[in-house]
Design a protein around this ligand. Structure first.
Ligand SMILES: Nc1ncnc2c1ncn2[C@@H]1O[C@H](COP(=O)(O)OP(=O)(O)OP(=O)(O)O)[C@@H](O)[C@H]1O
Ligand SMILES: [Mg+2]
Length: 278
């Protein structure tokens, strides 16, 4: 599925797009929600944005854009969107070739865009690994619990100081080595805390300590992302983001304004080269 409304000026700069991958081998941590908000933010900032959904079987991001495309609100900005459906070829080898071809075709079609935002599934697939290999920035959203921390590190239950990088962390590590071998810029890995609550949480200090040690050891930056807010759930069906509320005539609540500020803070934290040039 492709929306070509925002193909931009084809004679524009032909430098490679800056690729942001949302990845985490755990379901439901906010990858698609954040992918949506980032892409709309960048569109609102005047960039040519492409999006790729390599989780097309679930297709959350694709459906989000579909609701947006058919919205009754006029002139909502849309990226050029590709949904890559996992191949159903008979052998794994054939499926990899087909998946790889579809993904590369999408990336090639987006070569003249400023940004490509890629949403990946909450489990390990060939397409997800391929997407990670393209990342300039990788954002891994986690919720505030040891269950989510498990995606980064296996922790000894008796001694929280005994940490072993998870299979996912090792996969990212290997991708980084490949980038280095090919003389590419290192992947900026951001672990983003999502759905933060203000409720008392006795694990939180412990989690922060583990994250701190881990960030230095396996090299990621920690971003205090988004609080747990019902607005994120409500916006999905209307295809809207926090950035469209005024255009849609909705009253901005204090929670909306705070959530929008959190999005701006994430963008600033990402230190995107294109934004510092603007
Ligand atoms: N900051 C937030 N506050 C409240 N709800 C949130 C927040 N972020 C995400 N959600 C909700 O959490 C659920 C999961 O979010 P989302 O689909 O973005 O996760 P995901 O990581 O893409 O999941 P999957 O791995 O299954 O693709 C959705 O109902 C979404 O609306
Ligand atoms: Mg998702």
């Amino acid at each position: 599925m492709i929306y070509a409304e925002n193909m931009g000026n084809l004679e524009g700069s032909m430098t490679n797009p800056y690729v942001v991958v949302l990845g985490n081998e755990k379901g439901g941590t906010g990858k698609s929600t954040i992918a949506m908000h980032l892409s709309i933010y960048l569109l609102h900032s005047g960039f040519r944005v492409g999006t790729v959904d390599v989780d097309a079987r679930q297709g959350t991001l694709t459906r989000y854009f579909e609701y947006r495309r058919t919205s009754t609100i006029a002139n909502l900005l849309l990226p050029t969107h590709f949904a890559i459906k996992k191949s159903d070829a008979e052998t794994i080898a054939e499926a990899k070739v087909e998946d790889g071809r579809d993904f590369h075709n999408a990336m090639e079609a987006l070569a003249d865009h400023d940004f490509v935002i890629i949403d990946t599934p909450g489990n390990d697939t060939f397409l997800s690994q391929l997407a990670h290999s393209y990342a300039n920035t990788l954002i891994t959203p986690i919720n505030d619990s040891f269950v989510d921390l498990d995606v980064l590190v296996n922790i000894n239950g008796n001694d929280h100081r005994q940490l072993r990088p998870s299979i996912y962390a090792e996969m990212v590590w290997n991708q980084r080595k490949e980038h280095a071998k090919m003389g590419q810029k290192p992947i900026d890995w951001i672990v983003l805390k999502n759905r933060l609550t203000t409720l008392f949480n006795k694990n939180r200090n412990e989690i922060n300590l583990v994250l701190d040690v881990l960030s230095k050891r396996i090299g990621f930056r920690i971003c205090n992302g988004f609080c747990d807010r019902v607005v994120f759930k409500e916006l999905f069906l209307s295809g809207l983001t926090l950035l469209d509320l005024e255009q849609s005539g909705q009253q901005m609540s204090l929670s909306h304004v705070s959530a929008r500020q959190e999005l701006r803070e994430l963008i600033a934290f990402m230190k995107l080269p294109q934004l510092s040039e603007k």
